[in-house]
Design a protein around this ligand. Sequence first.
Ligand SMILES: NC(=O)c1ccc[n+]([C@@H]2O[C@H](COP(=O)([O-])OP(=O)(O)OC[C@H]3O[C@@H](n4cnc5c(N)ncnc54)[C@H](OP(=O)(O)O)[C@@H]3O)[C@@H](O)[C@H]2O)c1
Length: 349
Amino acid sequence: MPEHQRYVLAAYPNGLPKETDFRLETGPLPTTGQGEMLVRVIFIGLEPRLRLMMNPTNESNRAMRPEGGITDIGKLMPGTVLGEVVESKAAEFSPGDLVEGFLGWQNYAVCSPRGYNRRNNPAGITRCDPAQGPLSAKVSVLGTPGLTAILALRHEGRLKAGETMVVTSAAGTVGAIAAQLGKLAGARVVGLTSTDAKAKWLTDELRLDAAINYRSTKDLAAAIHAACPNGVDYHFDNVGGDMAATVNRLLNPGGRVTRCGIVAKYNLTDKEWHQSKEFAGQFTVHDHVAEYDEARRELSRLLKAGKLRCPEKIFDGIAETPRAFIGLLKGENIGKWLVRLGPDPVPRA
Ligand SMILES: NC(=O)c1ccc[n+]([C@@H]2O[C@H](COP(=O)([O-])OP(=O)(O)OC[C@H]3O[C@@H](n4cnc5c(N)ncnc54)[C@H](OP(=O)(O)O)[C@@H]3O)[C@@H](O)[C@H]2O)c1
């Protein structure tokens, strides 16, 4: 019998998390009750928003968690996973089904598809169609990041050919997918990122029209202005803060902004959070659950046609999860970072 391994929050981080803010616990596998199923986790998909969930719940972050704290000291670290149902007492799922859900940093998870109804993922556990693309893509292009990009562009971007789109954190998962969708819509697309290597990847590999290293550029407003001679029609903002304000000042009349994320603020100390009011009014992908199936089919079509890609780096073994997560928050990633916890499912006859 395998043992159960899970990461719990050991301490509230102050700024960038440390590996000692997480603790690996082991024990016997959890058992399923009526209506529940046991999921073997294959991939954990790392996401910057988990950092926010590591803060104690208080007034400044309550908007993120109307149902109360998602984790706390000694409790499971949250996180999106892709896994295989290995045992089921739930009518909706059978052993062998591939599922995606917010089941946390653990190698096995017991969950109930019916009782599972978080605001952060109203669709609960999603059944994945293996034919739509590789397993790892189910937590990137075919998962929440891809859905966020395509649905934000559809509902808020409404890009017309020839318009100009600026994407922040453009070499990240959501940013890279949004930028490519912008190019497919016929827009001029300019990406912002933190290193020359990432900027080069954006122009050489994703074929963006321009990319700006916001760290080394002395006058960011002038650099964006030069890269966007016709102004900015759509700002896909993953970052918030001063960088977002700089881009927004260059918006044309009728310009649109998707406030997708505020990763620039995720590592604030708890005290600084109390002064930050940037949560309100952000785009929320889970407001568009009814469109998920159709949007996934479109993303799968683009992925298979080679029109959309997202590089990934796969870390091996649950013990790598905190280190990889901290690297993501430091901006070391290009595209999606995942942790592999187990092998792909054996195809069933
Ligand atoms: N609204 C929604 O429904 C929804 C859904 C999913 C995700 N999101 C949000 O979308 C954003 C992107 O998510 P993702 O999963 O694709 O992550 P990601 O962009 O891959 O996140 C990591 C990147 O954030 C950037 N970053 C880190 N610290 C920063 C700082 N202090 N200032 C500026 N940039 C910083 C780094 O990029 P650079 O090196 O380029 O700076 C880093 O590579 C996140 O804010 C996430 O919370 C929103």
